[in-house]
Design a protein around this ligand. Sequence first.
Ligand code: SF4
Length: 339
Amino acid sequence: MNEQLKPLLEIKGLVTRFHTLDGVVKAVDGIDFEVYEGETLGLVGESGCGKSVTALSILQLLRCPPAEIMGRILFEGKNLLELDREGIRKIRGNDISMIFQEPMTSLNPVLKIGEQIAEAARTHKNMTRQEAWRWAVEMLRMVQIPGPNSRARQYPHSFSGGMRQRTMIGMSLSCNPRLILADEPTTALDVTIQAQIMSLLHRLKDEFNTAIVLITHDLGVIAEMASRVVVMYAGIVVEEAPVKEIFKDPRHPYTQGLLGSIPVIGRKRQTGRRLQEIPGIVPSPMETPSGCRFHPRCSKVMNRCCRQEPPMIRLNEHRRVSCWLEAHSTVKKSQAGGR
Ligand code: SF4
């Protein structure tokens, strides 16, 4: 997919470390992936796998404790890690926006909603006060806030959680960004509101031709929204595939575990198996296991897995997986082909 398109964003060898009093926390440990124009890429994994830190590293929003970000983050060919403060400030909001899980952390509680959207438009779009206010009302209408004229005059506390998230989506789109980083945008909302927000995001993405990196632990959301998936575990990428292929034929045991833990009505009757769980927890980024980082939790672990980190195996143009099982089967296939 997308082989003829140039990537909008290229992450190359990204490493993000935090220096704490207890030692070095390797939150992201050398990852690569691309995002293409207008696509939705799902970034999945359990909490603590490095998904959010990856997004925050892209926009250099990590401040406390001091983060060390290495590698290359190419946006339209420009390395964001080489920009100065002013350069990255221009990129934020203008070209790349971020939507967080809890909109209240991004909204100013003492500023009217309309003023907040208008301020973003004035900062990035060079509008007059009046133009920006009209723009803000239009944005609220676009994200389906009822009565946008009067709602624009209200403060965030008068909005429900769903309306606040709609407002954040409106703000993030107000400068027509090329890319939105959406970090668990619906996790804090009721299920019915989640569906509304996702369908709104999907519609607006198509309207604005914005690419989205959708960070979530919810594979149901990924199935609905994304075209490709990158699976992260303990700070690294373990599998990447088009969404249809990953649901049909997940190759990494961690991806298989994530899919097996989605509740499906009637699964026991159809397959004779109950909901599966992945035993254990994600390791601390200060103490990643030797060899394959997933080996203490993997049901298919072999001796080699505990000692040697598996290579990243490219299965085809669109799929890659980091697992010794895949490496062995690739060797067997090439031996069989050579006979
Ligand atoms: Fe499991 Fe080994 Fe593959 Fe790691 S490399 S996922 S431990 S089979």
